[in-house]
Design a protein around this ligand. Structure first.
Ligand code: NOJ
Ligand code: CA
Length: 533
């Protein structure tokens, strides 16, 4: 039985995304920075991987203090990436292949170099004065990083930044504004509504050029003092109603990490960032990390075998059950903000991780380079406000070409970030030649997902074996066309369990074995099975 019932873009039930960090994907003109023509030149490759939608990190004019998440012109492509015409060409070329392209919408803030902000700081009669939040004093941290941000212009005082100090919040208003703080405007203040209107104009501009939707940066940050997301629901539901009416094929993806709130607010997809439960703990709850850094000493995807899948499941199901059929949870392979999943993990461990991530319900997202197991280049220098994030943002490794592994013909010194210097750095070309490579394994998983709808975005999900502190994790995916079981054992020790549902199961991928009702999963192993009728 399919669980998709809500009105949604027709392509979403089969969507598989690939995230492109534009500056690091493919440099077409040798200036050392990836660009839009470079992305266009790799569409055949992306199609061959089995993805059918792309999300590009911000490609707009910016001083790049936060790698483009500090925008000065929301409607213009940064010259280093190309032109608006190049972006339109990318939309067209992707559509020709049946692929979609989603842009990053930095809705919550601008750069402090944005002309509106500069005008608001310097011109006492600026029409943009209330587009930002000029506080008489420092306000308490509200969202992520609160840094004291002192106005440099004539106005003096402080302003409220959304992330880093040079990213002033756009003003969508406050829930229950405090009358003692006159800068706290209500959400229906005409200037706050004007900011909403501006955001809609930006979306309209790109949708009319051919884009297929948006990944919304810090989606939960827009309305202040709104812990229950009451104002946020209203705001995003308004945008969703508008999209449903005028652009029903456009998708909204949120960086919220709280699928219940995000999907109730009208988002089609919300990320559950499962590789760091510390960053998103306040939004989604503690203990749900599957891999990567967590506050707990162990995560489930570790050879030590001391993680606890029930911690993840408790939170996952809390969000999955009430949202299924109305929107999707995305469990990405990685992203541009965290260590790559290959950090401390070899290719066999990555296979087990991907066996789960790419057979779960919801919409898969593959972070560029994860399909070949690109390394997290720890120790490299910071770039454009990367802080801890440069190691996961290095150039894509296409082939053995010296010196930049096919990313750029420019001088190594000119590169956005260095390429992996390891002599055995994984590349697409080498892995194309090896039928057992991680790249071809990722392809196999995506092909299996595409072939059996039960394994896809809408198939039902039900745990078959998930015991606190025990391995493996086994779950069932099913729809009217069939039922499947997936067993993953990231731990080093072989494990055997029994489940009646597994009798006569036929293995499709992996090395786990079923005998009678018994399932044995080798250490760092997995199995994907078709269940008997
Ligand atoms: C979340 C983005 O993913 C991150 O890269 C960025 O620095 C912040 N939002 C601020 O926009
Ligand atoms: Ca370039």
């Amino acid at each position: 039985m399919s669980t998709a019932t809500a009105k949604q873009p027709s392509w979403l039930s089969k969507a598989v995304f690939y995230q492109i960090y534009p500056q690091s994907f493919c440099d077409s003109n040798g200036d050392g920075i990836g660009d839009l023509p470079g992305i266009i030149s790799k569409l055949d490759y992306l199609q061959s991987l089995g993805v059918n939608a792309l999300w590009l990190n911000p490609v707009f004019v910016s001083p790049f203090g936060d790698a483009g998440y500090d925008v000065v012109d929301f409607c213009k492509v940064a010259p280093r990436y190309g032109t608006n015409a190049d972006l339109a060409r990318l939309f067209k070329a992707a559509h020709k292949r049946g692929m979609k392209v989603v842009l990053d919408l930095v809705a919550g803030h601008t750069s402090d170099q944005h002309p509106w902000f500069k005008d608001a700081c310097n011109n006492p009669k600026s029409p943009y004065s209330n587009y930002f939040i000029f506080t008489g004093q420092e306000e308490q941290r509200s969202c992520y990083y609160y840094q004291a941000a002192v106005v440099k212009g004539r106005r003096g005082g402080y302003y409220k930044p959304n992330f880093l100090a040079f990213q002033p919040c756009l003003n969508y208003g406050y829930m229950n504004p405090d009358p003692a703080k006159p800068w706290q405007l209500p959400t229906d203040h005409p200037d706050c509504l004007a900011v909403r209107g501006m955001l809609r104009d930006v979306m309209k501009f790109w949708l009319d050029l051919g884009c297929d939707g948006f990944r919304v940066d810090m989606a939960a940050s827009l309305i202040k003092n709104d812990p229950e997301a009451i104002g946020l629901r209203c705001l995003w539901q308004g945008f969703r109603a508008w999209l449903d009416r005028d652009y029903p094929e456009a998708v909204l993806v949120s960086e919220w990490c709280n699928p219940i709130n995000a999907i109730d607010s009208g988002y089609h997809i919300d990320f559950m960032i499962h590789f760091s439960d510390s960053a998103y703990r306040p939004l989604v709850g503690p203990g749900y990390a599957l891999n990567g850094k967590a506050r707990r000493p162990h995560v489930f995807f570790e050879r030590a075998g001391e993680g606890d899948i029930t911690e993840f499941l408790r939170i996952y199901q809390k969000h999955y059950e009430p949202t299924k059929g109305r929107g999707y949870i995305a469990l990405p392979t990685g992203n541009h903000d965290f260590y790559r999943n290959s950090h401390g993990r070899d290719a066999s461990e990555l296979r087990v991780l991907y066996a789960m991530l790419l057979t779960m319900p919801g919409v898969p997202f593959i972070y560029y380079g994860d399909e070949i197991g690109m390394r997290n280049l720890t120790g490299i220098t910071e770039k454009e406000g990367s802080m801890w994030r440069a190691p996961c943002r290095t150039p894509m490794q296409w082939d053995g070409a010296k010196p930049n592994l096919g990313f750029s013909t420019g001088k190594s010194k000119a590169l956005y970030l260095p390429v992996d210097p390891a002599p055995d750095a994984p590349t697409v070309a080498a892995q194309e030649r090896d039928p057992d490579s991680l790249l071809n394994f990722t392809r196999k998983l995506l092909a299996l997902r595409a072939k059996h709808s039960a394994l896809g975005n809408d198939g039902a999900f039900c745990p078959l074996y998930a015991e606190g502190g025990r391995y493996p994790f086994v779950y069932q995916r099913s729809d009217a066309k069939g039922s499947f079981a997936i067993a993953v054992n990231p731990g080093e020790a072989e494990v055997t369990i029994a489940r009646p549902q597994l009798k006569n199961a036929k293995r499709l991928l992996g090395t786990a074995v079923v005998k009678g009702e018994n399932l044995t999963v080798p250490g760092v192993g997995f199995g994907i099975f078709r269940l008997a009728e």
